[in-house]
Design a protein around this ligand. Structure first.
Ligand code: MF3
Ligand code: CO
Length: 248
């Protein structure tokens, strides 16, 4: 069941989202060759605690960390690690923040030092794909319009769209209805209504969209070892258009 959020709920989610955006801005400053995703994990734990917030992913279905840290061919759900990042890596940091009962979810891919042209293009196209999906999230449109906007653009740029992970409703819990596919057909799926809060979080791959999960049960990678990037925002659908809750 898709629930519509009250103004108060949206306000609380926006407050969580602003803190999440600030956390990402701090992470952006930390990312450089030699830094470990474990250091980022520790920073996030401390930063959220200092701001009266908690990391919602920690303990979620047995996941042990505040952040997911997905390097290069890892699509999502990578564990923070003590291995230093190298010049040329790309790393996606994903987290869900809980603040005063409000939840917000946002992921961002960062470049470590100078990256290849291909990596940069994958990052640019994935970020653009997110914003194209957001632009399609208008009252009266359907979920398929979001998926179509993302898929048609991404595939036009010769990248593939991951099928195994999706966006989602978010509210009282991290994952609610509806499931938000990043591919699809215009005019199909549930109609978008004012007060729906969803995430849009396309993962694009340089090669095939197929993935495999490591023995750890979480880390999802591309089967061909090629790069994957992801950008995610939590948004609310309003009469005036989509509003991003995880930006500022
Ligand atoms: N933040 C992720 C999402 O976008 C959820 C990660 S699953 C977890 O939906 F177990 F790591 F929390
Ligand atoms: Co999400």
């Amino acid at each position: 069941m898709i629930t519509l959020k009250s103004e108060r709920e949206i306000h609380l989610m926006h407050e969580a989202g602003k803190l999440l955006a600030e956390t990402h801005r701090e992470i952006a400053k930390m990312i450089k060759p030699g830094v470990t995703t474990w250091e980022i994990e520790e920073f996030v734990e401390k930063f959220l605690e200092e701001h009266g917030a908690t990391p919602e992913q920690k303990g979620y279905q047995g996941y042990k960390y505040a952040t997911c840290a997905s390097v290069n061919d890892v699509i999502c759900h990578g564990f923070p690690q003590k291995k230093p990042l190298n010049e040329g890596d790309i790393v996606t940091i994903d987290m869900v923040v809980r603040l005063n009962g409000g939840l917000a979810d946002s992921a961002w891919t960062y470049s470590v030092g100078e990256v290849s042209e291909e990596a940069q293009r994958l990052m640019d196209v994935t970020k653009n794909a997110l914003y194209k999906g957001i632009e399609a999230a208008q009252v009266g449109n359907r979920l398929g319009d979001i998926g179509y906007a993302i898929q048609s653009y991404a595939e036009g740029e010769k990248f593939s769209v991951v099928r195994d992970f999706t966006g989602h409703g978010i509210g009282k819990t991290m994952h609610e209805d509806p499931t938000v596919l990043h591919y699809g057909k215009p005019g199909k799926g549930a109609r978008l209504k004012e007060g729906m809060v969803i995430t849009i979080e396309p993962m694009l791959n340089a090669g095939t969209w197929h993935m495999k999960v490591d023995k750890d049960g979480w880390t999802a990678r591309t089967t061909d070892g090629k790069l994957s990037a992801q950008y995610e925002h939590t948004i609310v659908i309003t009469k005036e258009g989509p509003m991003i809750l995880t930006e500022q």
